[in-house]
Design a protein around this ligand. Sequence first.
Ligand code: NAD
Length: 276
Amino acid sequence: SKVPPIILNNGVEMPQLGFGVWQVPDDEAQTAVAQALEAGYRSIDTAAIYGNEEGTGKAIAASGIAREDLFVTTKLWNKDQGYDSTLRAFDTSLAKLGLEYVDLYLIHWPMPAKERYVDTYRAFEKLHADGRIRAIGVSNFYPEHLERLIGETSVIPAVNQIELHPHLQQHAAREYHAEQGIATEAWSPLGQGKGLLEVPAIVAIARKHGRTPAQVVLRWHLQIGNVVIPKSVTPSRIKENIDVFGFTLDTEDLAAISALNEDRRLGFDPAEFNGE
Ligand code: NAD
């Protein structure tokens, strides 16, 4: 595959760029994932709550790509947090995907008010020990949630998948992850494609390199060490978003993008979101 891997804290290799399928209906997911695999993506990011694990699994099965060449991530939904319910939810996800194991399983949200993420993670540790998950991690955890988890369990999460884009650069989280050896994975890496791709500084850098604004933003993530999972259902954009390994942003470009931080979220604040 043309996407270079990063090495997670347990030695597992994860492609630094993958394909996200949030908001893609199950029947369209099969087509979109098939197009992504055809374009060279080998990492797919789904979740139980996305309702498209089956479509994703069908595309994987039909691709003929060897299982060990793929990296499949899914996530435990909030209502299933808790030890026994996690074990059951994992079985359901695996069956829907039609797989024997997943590469990465994430707790989707910490829901700190519910105080169930430690028990949930203990079930993740069991599934990991049983060889049914190659790497375990979390999503939307603040450093304080990670700190508690690390204090009360044995396996340091391999990944924290958080909202991260030039308008929300997450400096404190990235620094904490680096100290702990946790990979930072950026969700909504393109800022959901809204105003971000029209920001003049980004458009100017894109012109300078003969690239698109989306490619420039993805390149920024890759060069600062993030894992990215851009989403698109448009074939030309699916290809465009993985075609980011043939150019390099210079220090001036990186500084101009770093200056765009506004600490502005598009999604929920993980401290407050407890939706089930
Ligand atoms: P994104 O930042 O990847 O943006 C996707 C949108 O940007 C597309 O729908 C399209 O409108 C536009 N776009 C994509 N490629 C483009 C291009 N080349 N040019 C112009 N516009 C383009 O947003 P996302 O889907 O929110 O995030 C990516 C993935 O992250 C999701 O699919 C999902 O897998 C994951 N995610 C996880 C969480 C979580 O809580 N863990 C939350 C949100 C998203």
